[in-house]
Design a binder for this molecule. Sequence first.
Ligand code: PLP
Length: 348
Amino acid sequence: MIDIQKLVRPNIAILKPYSSARDEFKGKADVFLDANENSLGSPISGNFNRYPDPQQTILKQQIAALKNIATEKIFLGNGSDEAIDLLFRVFCEPGKDNILLLLPTYGMYAVQANIHGTAIKTANLTTDFQPDEHEVFSNINASTKLIFVCSPNNPTGNTMPKSFIFNLLEKFSGIVVVDEAYIDFSENASLLEHLDKFPNLVVLQTLSKAWGLAGLRIGMAFANPSIIQLLNKVKYPYNLSLPATRLAEKALKNEKVFQKKLKILKNERERLADALKNLDFVEKVFPSDANFLLVRVRDADGLYDFLAKNGIVVRDRSREIHCENCLRITVGSPSEVDILIKFLKEFQ
Ligand SMILES: *Cc1c(COP(=O)(O)O)cnc(C)c1O
């Protein structure tokens, strides 16, 4: 059995976290004179003069109900990017520890590793973007603390096999971070239901993609309470703003609207994939469980420039490993997909 405490950086293990006014007072009161707030209120309506709940109790309860998970297993961050940052702060000793990435993948893991002075080991996915277990296990060592598995993977769109992830969780004695930013677009189940079996599993999700709330900056990390407590220990005391938290609480009550939009986007993904497959300069449309398509074309730079000239921005991924001549195209609204298809048909 993995002892999570043994993986923690020594300075974090002994850290006494900042204790805010809202953390310290637990009772009921009418007059709050403990946090140096302005009791006269804000110069705008909306009552922003009080610090928000550092533990985001109400929003966590809503997410707990939505995901069928205990609130003690939920961490909320300023985007899932915050959770990624905090995992480094907790587990990776600068200049000593390393992480493993399966390439190509989301760029933030490497940026955070560089910020935190953590070496990056890599294992390339196969040309059809499947993990190569031998390659993965031969690249980890005793100082490997985190393995990031993005599933569905950005920029390739495919889900990583469960058997591979379970194998990692059982044989790797560090933390396996499964980034499920795009899980709502996938027909495959989340790994959330397996948290009880694996003390070293961290699942990341976000309100930025399927929930359409990228501007609020709210990400979620799910793990066993021992890991969640460590993330809480190192986070900024009031890491989610009051308006963001309030708006997210409101949005999560509109699950029907969320489901309706999700269905439209999944339909558009199939419609766009079919249209792309009919174009003679398109060499491959990779299967996608996300809200984007990775597309291999004859001339990625040429197509990128042509679309840009016509006011359409896509992501050029052609310099990523195994992504030669590939563009990553987000699935937009039906009218945006119409416009994209119209211009694609004009490209020669
Ligand atoms: C978009 C994305 C995220 C989301 O990040 P937020 O900070 O929550 O907006 C996380 N992981 C991957 C792989 C993504 O593509």
